[in-house]
Design a protein around this ligand. Structure first.
Ligand code: GDP
Ligand code: MG
Length: 162
């Protein structure tokens, strides 16, 4: 049985872009419209000799109603089924109340979490990661899902927790 790694975070932070980067192909749908990945989608993945299942989720808006809450549900189910989680946040937007609500739910789920601060597109942008120490999830990994920057280090850490 291979481990299951779920990618969660609020809409538009770059979860699907990260999933595509890890898969090395364009499989997950990337959109400028927040919340476009409506369902859990699971892919067979491999990194540095480790096989695992990678789960992309719709944006996780924790406490809104209607369709958004069904997206939240899918993300919660994904976390329940996962062995480890990558929480993606947006370094350009910065820390939001939604991020903090998601962290609360992840803590309740008790799964090992690795924190990815996405859209840190260059070394000069690394300072964007600093405020995310506040989440109390350990070291925030500055990454650029779009360009691949930092993704290897992130995966080494996340797969170590599978
Ligand atoms: P999701 O809703 O979390 O799955 O986010 P998407 O992967 O669909 O990406 C949302 C938007 O963020 C798209 O316009 C992406 O092109 C953009 N994006 C994703 N990753 C990066 C990144 O590393 N750097 C920058 N600058 N933009 C990114
Ligand atoms: Mg998506």
């Amino acid at each position: 049985e291979v481990g299951v790694l779920a990618v969660v975070g609020r809409p538009n932070v770059g979860k699907s872009t990260l999933v595509n980067r890890i898969l090395g192909r364009r499989a997950a749908v990337v959109e400028n419209t927040p919340g476009v990945t409506r369902d859990r989608v699971s892919y067979d993945a491999e990194w540095a000799g480790t096989d695992f299942k990678l789960v992309d989720t719709g944006g996780w808006e924790a406490d809104v109603e209607g369709i958004e809450s069904s997206i939240a549900n899918q993300a919660e189910i994904a976390v329940r089924l996962a062995d480890a989680v990558i929480l993606v946040v947006d370094g350009i937007v910065g820390l939001t109340a939604s991020d903090e609500r998601i962290v609360k739910m992840l803590r309740a789920a008790g799964k090992p979490i690795t924190l990815a601060v996405n859209k840190v597109d260059s070394q000069a942008d690394e300072y964007l990661t600093a405020e995310f120490w506040k989440l109390g999830m350990g070291e925030p990994f500055g990454i650029s899902a779009m360009h691949g920057r930092g993704v290897g280090d992130l995966l080494d850490e996340a797969l170590d927790k599978l």
